[in-house]
Structures are given as structure tokens and as C-alpha cells.
Design a protein around this ligand. Structure first.
Ligand code: MN
Length: 411
């Protein structure tokens, strides 16, 4: 596919990608766009120019504050729209070529949270991460709890505090139990951390009582984003027993603005890790269900250059998205368009690929050196945490852009 749009080298937003997002400019209100190279294609103007005249759908979904109604059109329509955009951007005689303002530079637009998230679930599906945390917090000999290899462990998170890349997060305050104390104190968290995760957005609803099987699960996934599940480790350590994370997690979670579709990610499928012991039949799956997505985390102290502190990959996930969705719905729990399911921290095998400062600093035992701005055990005020991700194979690149958020001092 050759496009007439100028695509910079190493761009995440090649003609093979075409991710969807919600943007606005000084002159236009919020609407659906796709990213191509350094630009955004305005789908409202593209539609007015006649680009989608062969597809029958409610055009009002394009001039919307979220992608929920667009996604609800169903993959049959949204895939057709995506393919039509690809064709138009490759057609030298496209109506889009002479349409004023249909392409706007990305640095001239404001990106918004792409979906209204009704429910947000966070899994815990990286065996390396779960093992590291188990070693640090519990027992090195029994790092994984007995259920871990039998089901994708997860918890219900909070949707109200999910923010889009670029918005800041405030250092949370709360109860912590300092070492050698028997009663808690109240303070601003001293152990604010990131969690390198990816999220997937539900594209098709189910009814209460229905389940999704692993074979069909990807039909229910619209696409994927980068996700930073901000965490306060000192608050977490005191509060999490017995019901799991609560205020240590819900003060903010950041997501990237462009949703990369499952169609764009299809060429990057691969085999996941072996699962031993054998899983129950409803969790078994055939075919390639993992994805080769390179991930990295960077820390940028204020007025300093950024430093890569971790390089990981989504392919390490022990439990894949199809298994997560099958498990989530096996009891009849329904899902809705726009629901967000996050992977859990994605750590690799060695200490350059850990997906949290908790692991990189091994619970604060050592420091992570930055190129500029000192060293870190956890995240300091005014640090910006940036996560990037991309797939690359046979010269084809499909990327996610980034999710970037600054940690501001406690209010
Ligand atoms: Mn998490």
C-alpha cells in the first residue's frame, strides 16, 4: 500500500495502522479522526467529501465526544470504513486530496479520552510480574498463589479516574503503615509507581447470563491502547488484604488516545507461553492469541531529557485477551461497548524488562539511574512517565504513539 500522505520514517501511524480517536481543534468540536503520519484525518469532513458514500451508516456517530457510538456500528461497518480510508489515502485521485482541512497536523489538535469507559477491569496476567511481586511481598518459595495458573486473576477497577495521555495525575494521600509501626499514619504516598500495561476496548456487548468463548473472544474486542495503571505502593501494601487494590489504584489511570484495531494488529500474532498445568476446558484456546508488541517506559524529570527505564513486550503475557474475556464472562457477567480490560503489569524475564518501579528498584532496595535528573526508586513530583509501543514485521510498522502523564504534587 502506497499512500500519497507523507509518512515520516519510523512513524507509528503508517497506512497499515489507521487507528481511531477523538480530537478537536480551535475551529472544530470533538469528532472522530484517524492518525496517519504526523496528521489526523477528520472523518466528518471526509464523509462530507463523499469518501464513505458506499457505506450505509448513521453519520452522526462521527461528530461525537466518544467513539462508543462509532464502535457500536459493529466491525462489519467500522472495518469497512477503515479499509475505505486506506484505499482513499492510496488513491491519487481521491476526493480527500482536494478537501480543505481534512488533514490537520497532530500538533494542532487536542486529543480526548477516546471512549466513555463504563467498566474497567484490571488483570494480573504477566507471570514474571506476579512472580516478582510474590517474591517481594510474600514468600519466594511460593511466589505465585495456588489459583494463579488456573485462572486470569483480576479485579474491578474504577472508570471515573481514567484519563487521556497529556493529563496530569496528582500524588495521592492516604493511610500507610511505615516499617516498625503498629498503627497507620496519614500522608502523601511516598511510593508512587507506574504499571506498564495495555488495555483492550470492548466492541460488542453481551447480555447478562451470556458467556464469550475463547474462539470468538476477539470478535468482541475493538482494539488496543497503551495503559499506565498508576499505583501507590505504600497505600496498596496496607489496604489490599483481603479484597485487593482500592485507593492505591483509583487516583488515576492513563490511556493513549488512539485505539489500534485488532485488524491492524493481526499480522503480529504469535504463540503465547506454554500453560502448565493444563487449564480448564473453557480457558483452552487454539491458534495464535498473543501479540508481538514492543513496549518501553521512559521517565522524564522536569526540564530534563527522558530516560528509557524498561523495555518489555506484550508477547510475554501468560494469559491472553481471549482467555481473560472468556473468564470474565464465564459466570454470565455482561460486557458493554467501551468497557476497558487492562492486562496487568507487563514484565519480561530480566531486570531491564520489568514493568514497574516496584520491580526495577526491587521494592526500593536499589536505584534506577536516569541520564539526567538523578536517580529514582519511585516516581518524584513533576516527573513525566511516558510509555510507547509498536509492532514491526517485514518492514511494516503499526504503533500506538504514547501515553504520557506528569505526576503533580499532592493537592
Ligand atoms: Mn495494574
Amino acid at each position: 500500500m502506497n499512500t500519497w500522505v507523507q509518512i515520516p520514517q519510523n512513524s507509528d501511524f503508517t497506512i497499515h495502522n489507521i487507528p481511531f480517536g477523538i480530537f478537536s481543534t480551535n475551529n472544530t468540536n470533538m469528532r472522530v479522526g484517524i492518525a496517519i503520519g504526523d496528521e489526523v484525518l477528520d472523518l466528518v469532513l471526509a464523509e462530507k467529501a463523499g469518501a464513505f458514500k458506499n457505506i450505509s451508516f448513521d453519520i452522526n456517530v462521527l461528530e461525537s465526544k466518544t467513539l462508543n457510538d462509532f464502535i457500536s456500528l459493529g466491525k462489519e461497518i467500522t472495518s469497512k470504513i477503515r479499509e475505505t480510508i486506506q484505499q482513499e489515502l492510496c488513491n491519487e485521485n481521491s476526493v480527500l486530496k482536494n478537501t480543505d482541512n481534512v488533514l490537520i497536523l497532530q500538533n494542532k489538535v487536542t486529543m480526548h479520552l477516546p471512549v466513555s469507559v463504563g467498566d474497567y477491569t484490571d488483570f494480573y496476567s504477566s507471570i514474571e510480574h506476579a512472580t516478582n511481586v510474590g517474591i517481594m511481598f510474600r514468600d519466594p518459595a511460593n511466589a505465585l498463589l495456588p489459583n494463579w495458573k488456573h485462572l486470569p486473576v483480576g479485579y474491578h477497577g474504577r472508570a471515573s479516574s481514567i484519563i487521556v495521555s497529556g493529563e496530569p495525575v496528582y500524588r495521592p494521600k492516604g493511610q500507610v503503615l511505615p516499617p516498625n509501626h503498629t498503627t497507620p499514619i496519614f500522608q502523601a504516598s511516598a511510593r508512587v509507581d507506574f504499571e506498564l500495561e495495555m488495555g483492550f476496548v470492548i466492541g460488542k456487548e453481551t447480555k447478562l447470563g451470556e458467556t464469550i468463548n475463547t474462539e470468538k473472544a476477539e470478535e468482541y474486542i475493538f482494539g488496543k491502547v497503551l495503559f499506565n495503571d498508576w499505583s501507590a505502593r505504600d497505600i496498596q501494601k496496607w489496604e489490599y488484604i483481603p479484597l485487593g487494590p482500592f485507593l492505591a489504584k483509583n487516583f488515576g489511570s492513563s490511556m493513549s488516545p488512539w485505539i489500534v484495531t485488532m485488524e491492524a494488529l493481526a499480522p503480529f500474532k504469535l504463540q503465547g507461553p506454554d500453560q502448565e498445568p493444563e487449564v480448564l476446558p473453557y480457558l483452552k484456546c487454539d491458534g495464535l492469541k498473543n501479540y508481538d508488541i514492543n513496549l518501553e517506559v521512559l521517565i522524564q524529570p522536569e526540564n530534563c531529557e527522558e530516560t528509557v527505564v524498561s523495555k518489555s513486550n506484550f508477547k510475554y503475557m501468560y494469559w491472553n485477551m481471549s482467555q481473560q474475556l472468556a473468564h470474565h464472562t464465564i459466570n454470565g457477567c455482561n460486557v458493554k461497548v467501551g468497557d476497558l480490560m487492562a492486562s496487568g503489569t507487563i514484565s519480561g524475564k530480566d531486570d531491564t524488562s520489568y514493568g514497574s518501579m516496584l520491580e526495577l528498584s526491587w521494592a526500593g532496595k536499589h536505584t534506577v539511574k536516569l541520564n539526567e535528573g538523578g536517580e529514582r526508586k519511585f516516581i518524584q513530583d513533576n516527573d513525566t512517565v511516558i510509555m510507547r509501543g509498536y509492532c514491526e514485521k517485514d518492514g511494516i510498522r503499526v504503533g500506538f504513539g504514547e501515553v504520557s502523564s506528569k505526576l503533580l504534587p499532592a493537592l
